[in-house]
Design a protein around this ligand. Structure first.
Ligand code: NDP
Length: 280
């Protein structure tokens, strides 16, 4: 194996120490950083993600509360609960765990969160700031990916970054962030023609699709940095979108799944919560 493995787990652990120290300083100033997570319904994957976020908060010394609402919650009930948290001065960050049940409008709910308490960076105002090149609150996964690339000193300026997947939570904001770092960015999706011919041009290749082994070694330029965002379960085991073993022989850098982008997403949630607490 030739690629350097970028361990999000290790980077997140290192960040946690700094975050704990920041919490101590905030406390000395009478501020007790607090995050509220709203989870509607009982999606098993969401339950695991929420538990991970609670654990990470506890390790950093950030207070967290999880508000579990039943599957049949109406849009109005959800907004009323969000409004209570908007008005609560002891809550600095609010996170709506996605996906919401099908009958609920996610965009409306995310926009109901006060922009200054939006620790996911999904509020239209925060997304708009990013679009205009003046980011305020950055979405956690793209922010975590950029952190990993910078930490590994992967050259960004002028690099061709190919992002596969154009969701509002990963692909699109990541493309904008990389553009802000002066990468030349190509955003691919399910209708992209001849995906392999595009990915083979990538100095930085990000897979954010949700399909195991979508990215095979022949789709990767030798020496590329490959970031695997996908989370898939195959035969009960977690894996990403990248054929890890084969691609690691060709790439210069690669992130594993698990232990790559996932822990960095949680680390950036803590970072955004601390920022929100400082702003408050
Ligand atoms: P979405 O389902 O919202 O988006 C998937 C994207 O992949 C879409 O843009 C879709 O294109 C594109 N796509 C689907 N099939 C193909 C294909 N064959 N070739 C190229 N593009 C394709 O997913 P998310 O962005 O929410 O998540 C993506 C993955 O990342 C999932 O596995 C998710 O679990 C994981 N994830 C991991 C996180 C982490 O912290 N590690 C955080 C968030 C997500 P189109 O738009 O045309 O439909």
């Amino acid at each position: 194996m030739s690629a350097v493995i970028l361990s999000g787990k290790d980077m997140a652990a290192e960040l946690l120490e700094q975050q704990s120290a920041r919490v101590d300083t905030l406390r000395l100033n009478g501020i007790h950083p607090a995050l509220a997570v709203i989870m509607v319904g009982e999606d098993p994957a969401s339950a695991i993600y929420v538990r991970n976020k609670e654990r990470a908060c506890a390790k950093a010394g950030i207070a967290s509360q999880v508000i579990r609402l039943p599957e049949h919650t109406t849009q109005e009930e959800l907004h009323a609960r969000i409004e209570e948290l908007n008005e609560d001065p002891l809550v600095h960050g609010i996170l709506i765990q996605l996906p919401l049940p099908k009958h609920l409008n996610e965009t409306a709910a995310l926009t109901w969160v006060r922009a200054s308490k939006d620790v996911d960076g999904f509020h239209v105002i925060n997304a708009g700031h990013l679009l205009q090149g003046h980011p305020t609150v950055l979405p956690c996964t793209p922010q975590g990916i950029l952190y990993m690339l910078k930490k590994a000193h992967v050259p960004l300026e002028g690099a061709h970054a190919v992002v596969v997947g154009r969701s509002n939570i990963v692909g699109k904001p990541l493309a904008l962030l990389l553009l802000g770092e002066n990468c030349t960015v190509t955003l691919c999706h399910s209708r992209t023609r001849d995906l392999a011919s595009v990915t083979r041009q990538a100095d930085i290749l990000v897979a954010a699709v949700g399909r195991p082994r979508l990215i095979t070694a022949d789709m990767v330029k030798p020496g590329a940095a490959v970031i695997d965002v996908g989370i898939n379960r195959v035969d009960g085991k977690l894996c990403g979108d990248v054929d890890f073993d084969a691609v690691a022989e060709r790439a210069a850098y690669i992130t594993p799944v698990p232990g790559g982008v996932g822990p960095m997403t949680v680390a950036m949630l803590l970072e955004n919560t601390l920022e929100a607490a400082c702003r408050a």
